[in-house]
Design a binder for this molecule. Structure first.
Ligand code: 5GP
Length: 197
């Protein structure tokens, strides 16, 4: 998605060879026009997948998935990262997820009221690195007896192992921007030539 790639190039910040900061349009300040376009693109890519629910993880997954769910005409559910007194193991599905950015394991939860057997769940997240967040959401869908209809990722870091792990498990993944490398402070997308000086 060219518009997204342009935003990454012009407004993203390479923090290290493994981490990209996109607070300018996705992770802190939200470019609502861009996120609407991202959501519509996901809706288009998964329109034949029979999606009944869109599932993401708070908080950065919510903006890109909102318009997708709206366009598909489905509810949007976000998994919670913080424990709530209103949810426990009898009322919620839970999965333990190692957070790439926080470098700690979190328990993510979704109320049993909102996903059930027969649902076809589209999982959306802002980044794909090693696949832990997406796998946690797949685990929650499976605990609910639902099917994963697909996985939509805004920014995939293709040099990390997430895509391979998810593909080996047979999931249909669509990423709107695929980054081949963040070396030397530069974003290089998959299928772009490497320039030598
Ligand atoms: P994974 O679970 O695939 O290892 O990592 C994905 C999650 O970690 C995403 O939900 C995202 O919040 C965060 N993440 C991973 N890599 C990056 C990155 O380079 N930049 C930012 N801002 N978040 C990232």
């Amino acid at each position: 998605m060219d518009r997204l790639k342009q935003a990454i190039q012009e407004r993203g910040l390479v923090l290290s060879s493994g981490v990209l900061k996109v607070d300018q349009f996705l992770n802190h300040q939200i470019d609502t026009a861009l996120m609407s376009a991202v959501g519509e693109e996901f809706a288009h890519l998964f329109e034949e997948s029979g999606v009944t629910k869109v599932l993401t993880i708070e908080s950065s997954g919510i903006a890109p998935s909102f318009m997708c769910a709206h366009a598909l005409g489905t509810p949007l559910i976000f998994a919670r990262k913080k424990k709530s007194v209103t949810m426990n193991e009898t009322t919620a599905y839970a999965s333990r997820v190692y957070s790439f950015t926080k470098q700690e394991t979190l328990e993510v939860t979704v109320s049993k009221d909102f996903i059930s057997e027969g649902d076809r769940v589209l999982i959306i997240d802002d980044f794909l690195a090693n696949g832990r967040a997406a796998l946690g959401l797949c685990d929650i869908a499976s605990k609910a007896g639902a099917t994963v209809a697909g996985i939509g990722i805004v920014i995939e870091k293709s040099f990390q192992e997430g895509r391979q792990i998810l593909e080996e498990k047979g999931y249909h993944i669509e990423s709107l921007a695929r980054i081949a490398s963040l070396e030397n402070g530069t974003v290089r997308f998959v299928d772009e030539p490497v320039h030598s000086n």
